[in-house]
Ligand binder design. Sequence first.
Ligand code: ATP
Ligand code: LTN
Length: 329
Amino acid sequence: MSEDRQTVFSGLQPTGNVHIGNYLGALVNWVKLQDNYDTIYCVVDLHAITVNYDPAEYQKERLEAAKVLIATGIDPNRSLFYFQSQVPQHAELSWILGTMTPTGVLNRMTQFKEKAESAGSNLGLYSYPVLMAADILLYRANLVPVGDDQRQHLEMTRDLAERFNNRFGEVFPIPEALIPEKTARVMSLTDPTAKMSKSAPNEKSRVLILDSPDVIRKKIKSAVTDSEPTVRYDWDEKPGISNLLEIMSGCTDRSVDDLVSEYADSGYGVFKEAVAEAVVTKLAPIRSAYQQLDDREVARLMQKGALDARTRAEGFAQEIRKVTGLSAP
Ligand code: ATP
Ligand code: LTN
């Protein structure tokens, strides 16, 4: 890691399976940024236990999430890559930042309101954005690649960094969100007015990174569209088609305009087949990389990542303890 490179941090929850929304909204950027930045990527297992879970199952799901990320292109030799729970400095900073977070701000968090309604409220779910701010600020990250749904959390993180700096001195850079122009919010295939989500009950609503080609084709074929058969990019009138256009564009690096000019009059059947093939082609190498990964080797890589992360985090944590009057006596 060279000193002059900017630091990137992002996290993914190990709940359910990683879907194409996660991939196009965030992971594509995670992978690219490895070329030019000091990258730190974290499987945020403390965040995901804010909703009910089965411990034995969770142990497996965490490793699965790590494997999917590696298959996608996260390289543990180029990025610092680990499980959040293995680095206690995240939780320590979260407590300190929590003392500076007005509860009125937390009350306004959309994700909290939605999850509290569906899964029931608890203190962890409420303070979830504070832990996220701690993840980012702990490493003094400059850039945070995320999907559009994380915008509000990022704003809160920036506010907390400023609040901390005003009180204790210039410790944290103010982090910027890196959100893609298109595919920042990939929508559900069964309800294109809702975000594609890991937790939606209908499995047909999302394409998983590890879905087989057949399953992908079926899901895209049954994606909800409208009855006027022109392929047009229009989120108000044609959210289903606009979503598929963005997905195809994200999988092919062709612009939405270019796709519209090719498929405008070809009919939905032909268009959906083309979308499905683009997704299958994009995901095939990831699926085969995943199949070649060895669980024990990945577990070893995660242990090594945690050791390195702890060392790095402790250096920053000591400075934070110093300015906040919490150093060892
Ligand atoms: P859930 O699907 O249950 O709401 P999540 O997928 O939002 O959970 P994470 O797995 O932590 O939670 O998200 C990882 C990254 O994927 C985040 O940066 C998030 O913004 C992004 N992301 C999640 N869903 C989408 C989506 N539908 N479109 C674009 N980006 C998304
Ligand atoms: N809150 C995010 C996951 C997350 C994260 C982070 C993202 C936890 N810590 C730090 C970026 C940076 C989510 O729900 N998707």
